[in-house]
Design a protein around this ligand. Structure first.
Ligand SMILES: [Zn+2]
Length: 123
């Protein structure tokens, strides 16, 4: 079975995390926008007193270091869908090189990536 290089995030409930328990799970970035508290807490109903903030404490197949919010993770999911599974490693390398064009804070510009990757002369 081929390993997928889909970007994924480990989403945690910050309140539970600060309380010393790791409540969270891996989700695909494309599902980041739909993460619910019930889902993170194992669907046990609730209410989850004090639990409201969720945060991505870890991630994989995303070429930038550090933690991020769900909105940013969702955007990475969109970038992955635009670029596609085949070209993702190339985009990954492009971003990791640090020498890439970004839109917003750190998301790569897929337009620029496609132009560069296809080797078109831009001059
Ligand atoms: Zn919680």
């Amino acid at each position: 079975m081929a390993t997928s290089c889909k970007p994924r995030i480990w989403v945690a409930c910050l309140h539970c995390y600060n309380d010393g328990s790791l409540v969270g799970q891996w989700v695909d970035c494309t599902d980041a926008a739909d993460v619910t508290l019930a889902q993170l807490h194992g669907g046990a109903g609730g209410p989850y007193t004090g639990c409201e903030e969720v945060w991505c404490l870890d991630h994989e197949n995303i070429p930038v270091p550090g933690e991020m919010g769900l909105a940013e993770a969702a955007e990475w999911g969109e970038v992955h869908e635009e670029v596609g599974e085949t070209l993702w490693p190339a985009l990954f390398a492009w971003v990791e090189s640090g020498n890439y064009t970004s839109v917003g804070r750190c998301l790569p510009s897929t337009l620029d990536f496609e132009e560069r990757y296809c080797g078109r002369d831009r001059t």
